[in-house]
Write a protein that binds this ligand. Structure first.
Ligand SMILES: Nc1ncnc2c1ncn2[C@@H]1O[C@H](COP(=O)(O)OP(=O)(O)OP(=O)(O)O)[C@@H](O)[C@H]1O
Ligand SMILES: Cc1ncc(COP(=O)(O)O)c(N)n1
Length: 274
C-alpha cells in the first residue's frame, strides 16, 4: 500500500433520513462529498418526507444507534461530527454520552426541532438540549424558531439574535450561530455568529427562490466538512455560508417536487445533466 497516497478527511453525520433527499443525512452526505470529505453516517430516524412535508417518522432504537456510532468511531479517524435530528431525549442522551467521552471531535450541533413545513422532529425537552450537548459542542447552529424554543422566548430582531447567541453560549459551546434564514429582511439573509467572545454579522444577499429545503442541514455539514479540512472555526462558518448561498442560487430555477425543493449541493462541479 502506498502510504503517501493523499487521504480525504472523514466527517460523521448523526441525523435523520429525508426520503425526499433535500435535508437530513442525504443533504449532509452530498455536502461532505462536495467538499472532498469522506462522509460516514449514523441514522437516528427515518422520515417519510417530500417537499410538501413529513407523513411519517420513526426514531431508530438506541442499541442500533450505539452500534452505528461504535462501528464508525471504532474504525475511522473521524475529524468532525455534525448532529441533526435526534428525535427525542433518549438519543440526545446517547450523543451526550459519546460527547462526554471525548469521542465527537469538532462537534457541530444543528438542534433540529421542526421542519420548514412545520412538522415536529423533536419530541423531547428543548431545554435539555443545551444542558446535555452544549458543553461538548464546538458550535450550535439554531434557526430563529429553534433559538426561541431553546431559550423559551420569541426571537426576531437583529438585537434579539445577538443577545440570544450570547445567552446560548453560556451553556458551553465555543461558538453559536443564530441563523436568520427565516427573518423578515427581504434584501439580505443575516446570521449572527458569537465566537471566542466576539460578535459578527454574516450577511449574504437573499436569494429569491422557493427551494430552501435543507439549508440548515447543508450549512451545519459544510461547517463540519471545513473543520475536518482544518479550517479555523470563523473561516469555516463564513465559507460554509458562502457555499449555501451559491447552492441556493444554483437551484433557484429547479422544480423538484411541488413544495420547497432542495439546493444544488454540487454547484461547483459540472455534471452531464446540467
Ligand atoms: N433565501 C435565502 N437566501 C440566502 N440565504 C438564505 C436564504 N434562506 C436561508 N438562507 C441561509 O441558509 C442558512 C440556513 O438558514 P435557515 O434560517 O433557513 O436555517 P434552517 O431553518 O435550519 O434551515 P432549513 O430550511 O433547513 O430548516 C443560513 O445561513 C441562512 O442565512
Ligand atoms: C430528517 C430531517 N432532518 C432535518 C430536517 C430539517 O430541514 P428543513 O427544515 O429544511 O425541512 C428535515 N426536514 N428532515
Amino acid at each position: 500500500m502506498n502510504r503517501s497516497f493523499p487521504q480525504p478527511p472523514v466527517a460523521l453525520t448523526i441525523a435523520g433520513s429525508d426520503s425526499g433527499g433535500g435535508a437530513g443525512i442525504q443533504a449532509d452526505l452530498h455536502t461532505f462529498a462536495a467538499h472532498g470529505v469522506h462522509g460516514t453516517s449514523v441514522v437516528t430516524a427515518v422520515t417519510a418526507q417530500n417537499t410538501r412535508g413529513v407523513s411519517a417518522a420513526e426514531t431508530i432504537a438506541e442499541p442500533l444507534v450505539r452500534a452505528q456510532l461504535d462501528a464508525v468511531l471504532g474504525d475511522f479517524d473521524v475529524a468532525a461530527v455534525k448532529t441533526g435530528m435526534l428525535g427525542g431525549d433518549e438519543l440526545l442522551a446517547v450523543v451526550a454520552e459519546y460527547g462526554q467521552e471525548d469521542r465527537l471531535p469538532n462537534l457541530v450541533i444543528d438542534p433540529v426541532m421542526v421542519t420548514t413545513t412545520g412538522d415536529a422532529l423533536f419530541a423531547g425537552d428543548p431545554a435539555a438540549y443545551l444542558g446535555r450537548l452544549g458543553p461538548f459542542a464546538t458550535i450550535l447552529t439554531p434557526n430563529l424558531i429553534e433559538t426561541g424554543q431553546l431559550l423559551g422566548r420569541e426571537i426576531g430582531s437583529a438585537a434579539e439574535m445577538r443577545e440570544a447567541a450570547r445567552a446560548l453560549a453560556t451553556y458551553g459551546p465555543r461558538a453559536v450561530l443564530v441563523k436568520g434564514g427565516h427573518a423578515a429582511d427581504e434584501e439580505r439573509s443575516v446570521d449572527v455568529l458569537w465566537c471566542d467572545g466576539q460578535m459578527l454579522d454574516l450577511a449574504a444577499p437573499r436569494v429569491d427562490t422557493r427551494n430552501d429545503h435543507g439549508t440548515g442541514c447543508t450549512l451545519a455539514s459544510a461547517i463540519a466538512a471545513r473543520l475536518a479540512l482544518g479550517h479555523p472555526l470563523p473561516q469555516a462558518v463564513a465559507g460554509a455560508k458562502t457555499y449555501v448561498t451559491e447552492a441556493l442560487k444554483a437551484a433557484a430555477g429547479w422544480r423538484l417536487g411541488s413544495g420547497p425543493g432542495p439546493v444544488h449541493h454540487h454547484h461547483g462541479r459540472k455534471s452531464a445533466a446540467l
